[in-house]
Write a protein of this length. Structure first.
Lengths: 232, 339, 285
């Protein structure tokens, strides 16, 4: 579903990503991306969703080379993204913003999304006034509208407790399985990633370090040396 | 008179229909009354001043709508207003067109210009947009004063238009009459206000507001964020152009002053005074401004007070004099104010 | 011929650099465009005129920047600081209003006719450079322009405050956490900006005219330059000012009928080709 080939992204003279490959199949895959700070995880997501133009390499989505496509085109093709720093519409009510996007993407099953993200009791509240945790759910909900086929999530657990993050991950895993879609999740909370993801990729200093099932990654000595430490 | 046409209609269909028809009747009465009652009661001088106020109010509507819905401040409204007048005058004098043809040609040229300009500047951030509209306005001012175009534009002296012929059956020369012009201006201004109110309530309004709030998220939600803003920009300038045509039809004369920066800032002040939250405010702001300007006479003093007004209304009264009141009453507001 | 063109462009660009870099600095640091910048320039010119009448050009050149720096401090404390929490558009509008007020006060005091001021004896007349005769005053302008560019570059590169300004211009969110006293820096930048506007105003006296429309004319020029340069990019503003000067002068020589429109054409062309401006600044949303 998503294939990234030799992707490199530079900001001026800083190389954020160098020759990164990634392969994500569809069908219920929750693919985690971990790595120390500065590893280039967010940049990877940015390149996949179109926010950053790569300096080299290609991004293929469902077989098609989409490297040059716009953000909104990618979204309409079913590639949706949620944000590390919550990006919602503070002046609109929860319902208004979900509805706005749902109408645009032609999604008539908004109630499903509302239920999945447990936003039923917050619909008429202005998004700027609700609790942070609820705001993050709105952020994710916006990405879920329109039945996306590929979810890109940037540190969905940011600002949440370990338990909340785990719960969120379990939620996303179930969703992904139910709908047979794929999700790439960048996250710092390694425990949640190992608990819920079927595949994990580790980045370090902009390079691809390892990819595999959680157990394999946990045992990989290079990963341990670079990131996890000895008590993995 | 309730302008709240959309209403939270929980009544029966019959109830809704009768509420709609009541509103339409009330609106028509208001439209008619406003068009004709003042012509019987007020002097020619007051009518003239009032008409000026209505035209300024339309310009203010155009500035206010873009500000409120798209978060963009257009400082070049006068160039469209005056430009429309110039194009009409040139059409009639130089190209010998009939009034209707001159109007249409002028309108088409303006729309083409606005689309091209808008396409260039609407992508930029709001501050850059503000700077660019100021620059574009000055560009038109300079263009009109070019020596090479003097034959067309009359240079610093401006152009006189011989108003003959008719448009849609209305004899153009009649529009010089203060009473008739007031009626015409009133009807057009109210329709413009209604149009903006309708657009604000429509999907375009919702999209504009959302793009203003979080442009990036809109792109990430599959929206094209450029086209709605361009459409908004074109629409507000269409209203500015209509006001400009009305102005020249009444005055029979255009000059570089009518497209100068001071007219744009006057429109801005009128919008701020009236409040930029709904259709009522800018129109009333225009009327207030016109009458106040008459009080203060000398142009320099008016300009000084314009500057003061801008500062005062941004810092102290952000909702404007009327705006706060009118949105409290729910009249022709441009946003659904959720609690 | 070409040499003359280049020299004249540099002279004009010198003034523009002094003005637009001030504007770009404030924008880079605070995300604020001071629409009253042209009025401050105008104040510098008129004040310079008055002081020069009494005490000579050089006194004006020294005194006006000091006075205008003080004005900058007042502006910072009375206008920019209290409005810090308001949106950038609102602050920009307030500066617009203040600029209009300042302009009108100046016109009220001095009246509506244009003034002229003569260059001081040392700088008047022409000098022979490479077989060409060239006005000394313009060479002086070029020197002043280069000098202020150099000073600016040195400050930005080698001082901590300059480094901070550069960092904030590039990425406001990260740099603001660096813990330097942003308020004091902002005060410095604002008063420098107004002081340089004042210098430019005094210098403009013998070179351009001193007239009631100069505030609008100059703010438009500066805005065009700042947009072309990429708002917030100081290097971009300097390059844009040079480009503007060249285009303006070339325009008045080769296309005299369209001379007034040439800067706008430049603006439109740049917007078409590079919507973000030349430098690495923040024009696009």
């Amino acid at each position: 579903m998503l294939r990234i080939e030799e992707l490199s992204v530079s900001y001026g003279s800083v190389r954020a990503l160098t020759d990164v490959d990634l392969d994500v199949r569809g069908d219920g895959v929750l693919h985690g991306v971990i790595g120390p700070n500065g590893a280039g995880k967010s940049t990877l997501l940015d390149a996949i969703c179109g926010r950053r133009r790569p300096t080299a390499g290609t991004v293929r989505y469902c077989g098609e080379d989409i490297t040059r496509r716009s953000i909104s085109w990618r979204r309409r093709q079913g590639m949706a993204r949620s944000f590390q720093r919550t990006s919602i519409f503070e002046d609109l009510t929860v319902h208004e913003q979900l509805d706005l996007v749902a109408q645009h993407l032609g999604d008539d099953r908004l109630d499903d999304v509302i239920e999945v993200m447990d936003l039923g009791s917050h619909l008429d509240q202005k998004a700027g006034r609700i609790a942070y945790g609820v705001q993050r759910r709105v952020d994710v909900a916006l990405a879920l509208i329109g039945r996306p086929r590929l979810l890109l999530m940037d540190e969905p657990g940011a600002g949440l407790s370990a338990t909340e993050t785990l719960r969120l991950f379990e939620h996303v895993r179930d969703l992904v399985r139910e709908r047979a879609i794929a999700a790439v999740v960048v996250e710092h909370d390694v425990d949640a990633v190992f608990a819920c993801c079927s595949m994990v990729t580790v980045l370090d200093l902009g390079r691809h370090l390892a990819t595999g099932a959680p157990e394999a990654i946990r045992a990989d000595h290079r990963v341990i040396a670079a990131y996890l430490g000895t008590a993995a | 008179m309730t302008g709240d046409l959309h209403g939270t209609a929980t009544g029966t269909l019959g109830g809704r229909l009768s509420r709609m028809s009541l509103a339409i009747v009330a609106l028509s009465i208001g439209l008619g009354a406003g068009a004709f009652v003042p012509t019987c009661l007020a002097s020619d001088f007051v009518l003239r001043l009032g008409s000026e106020g209505l035209l300024l109010g339309m310009l203010a509507l155009s500035v206010a709508f873009l500000m409120n819905q798209a978060g963009l401040v257009a400082l070049g409204a006068a160039s469209i207003y005056g430009g429309a007048g110039y194009l009409f005058a040139i059409g009639m004098s130089e190209w010998g067109l009939t009034p209707a043809a001159a109007l249409c040609t002028g309108f088409l040229i303006i729309v083409a210009y606005v689309i091209v300009l808008g396409a260039l500047i609407v992508r930029t951030n709001p501050l850059a947009f503000m700077m660019l509209t100021l620059a574009a306005g000055e560009m038109i001012s300079h263009a009109v004063l070019l020596e090479g175009l003097r034959d067309y534009t009359g240079g610093a002296d401006g152009l006189l238009v011989q108003l003959k012929g008719s448009i849609l059956g209305i004899d153009v020369a009649d529009l010089a009459d203060p009473a008739r012009f007031w009626s015409m201006a009133w009807i057009v201004a109210v329709l413009a206000g209604l149009a903006f109110w309708g657009i604000a309530r429509s999907r375009l309004g919702a999209v504009l507001r959302a793009v203003r709030a979080n442009e990036e998220r809109m792109r990430f939600s599959g929206f094209n964020t450029f086209v709605p803003r361009l459409i908004g920009y074109v629409l507000v300038n269409v209203v500015a152009a209509i006001a400009g045509f009305l102005h020249v039809l009444n005055a029979g004369f255009v000059s570089p002053e009518s497209l100068g920066l001071s007219v744009s800032t006057n429109a801005l002040v009128a919008a701020l005074m009236g409040g930029i939250v709904g259709s009522l405010g800018p129109i009333l702001g225009g009327l207030i401004f016109a009458f106040a300007q008459d009080e203060f006479g000398a142009r320099g003093l008016t300009q000084l007070l314009t500057g003061v007004a801008i500062v005062v209304f941004i810092v102290v009264f952000p909702r404007g004099v009327v705006g706060g009141l009118s949105s409290a009453l729910g009249l022709f507001g441009w946003r659904r104010e959720a609690s | 011929m070409i040499a003359l063109l280049i020299a004249n462009s540099l002279a004009l660009a010198s003034l523009l650099i002094m003005l637009s870099s001030g504007l770009a600095l404030i924008y880079g640091l605070r995300d604020v465009i001071n629409f009253g910048h042209g009025a401050i320039y105008m104040l510098g010119a008129y004040l310079g005129y008055t002081i020069a009448l009494v005490g000579g050009f050089w006194l004006a050149l020294v005194l006006v920047p000091i006075l205008l720096a003080l004005l900058g401090i007042i502006f910072e404390y009375l206008a920019l600081r209290p409005l810090q929490r308001r949106s950038h558009i609102e602050v920009a509008l307030v500066t617009l209003g203040l600029g209009i007020i300042l302009g009108q006060v100046i016109i009220y005091i001095y009246g509506g006719e244009a003034r002229s001021i003569d260059a001081p004896k040392i700088l008047s007349g022409s000098i022979s450079v490479l077989n060409l005769s060239y006005p000394v005053y313009r060479l002086f302008l070029i020197v002043m322009g280069l000098g202020s560019c150099a000073l600016l570059a040195l400050w930005l590169r080698y001082t901590p405050s300059g480094l901070y300004v550069r960092a904030v211009s590039q990425d406001p969110s990260v740099a603001r956490m660096m813990g330097i006293n942003a308020d004091r820096l902002s005060l410095l930048v604002t008063s420098l900006s107004t002081a340089f506007a004042g210098i430019a105003g005094v210098l403009a006296g013998p070179y351009l005219s001193i007239d009631p429309g100069m505030d609008v004319a100059m703010i438009v020029n500066c805005l065009i330059i700042v947009v072309i340069g990429g708002t917030g990019s100081i290097g971009g503003a300097i390059v844009a000012a040079l480009l503007f000067g060249l285009v303006q002068v070339a325009g008045s020589v080769f296309l005299p009928n369209l001379a007034a429109l040439v800067p706008y054409i430049l603006l439109m062309v740049v917007l078409l080709i590079a919507p973000g401006g030349i430098g690495r600044g923040r024009v696009l949303s």
